[in-house]
Ligand binder design. Structure first.
Ligand code: UDP
Ligand code: MG
Length: 141
């Protein structure tokens, strides 16, 4: 049976620190199926576009600079209740507030350099997956 999807990125801090494997293991253990994945690097323009919803926030400039500072791993994950379950798995935005055992508690450095992205709604999961992947590069079901 197939579930719905969420979109994630392993952010440059975690890629640089060698945590791709550790984070993917947590994702697999939690029952998500990887249905698309690639190592990529965002230009400042692409990072700015991805986070455009935050353009008015004081941290936007830093966020765009950070997200384009190194490679990311982009992936689409499939599971029943994918968006909500993945937000639980990654923990709070600020790793200081993230529950023990969550990906951000284990791997994040700070509220800005917080190891992973996770979509916040089914609608945004679709938009974000399409931002990074062609439909033919997503292998569902
Ligand atoms: N962020 C930041 N400072 C803040 C809040 C957020 O640098 O005070 C960054 C952080 O990398 C976060 C991203 O902006 O993951 C998007 O913020 P959002 O509130 O959507 O958090 P998320 O959905 O990633 O938990
Ligand atoms: Mg968010």
């Amino acid at each position: 049976m197939t579930g719905n999807i969420t979109f994630t990125m392993i952010k440059p801090d975690a890629v640089k620190a060698g945590h791709i494997g550790g984070i993917l293991a947590k994702i697999n253990e939690a029952g998500f199926r990887i249905v698309a994945m690639k190592l990529s690097k965002l230009s400042t323009e692409k990072a700015g576009e991805f986070y455009a919803v935050h353009a008015a926030r004081p941290f936007y400039g830093e966020l765009v600079e950070f997200m384009s500072s190194g490679c990311i791993v982009a992936a689409v994950l499939e599971k029943d209740n994918a968006v909500e379950d993945f937000r639980k798995l990654i923990g709070a935005t600020n790793p200081a507030d993230a529950a023990p055992g969550t990906i951000r508690a284990l791997f994040a450095k700070s509220i800005g350099e917080n190891a992973v992205h996770g979509s916040d709604s089914d609608e945004n999961a679709q938009i974000e997956a399409a931002f990074h992947f062609a439909g033919t590069d997503i292998f569902r079901g």
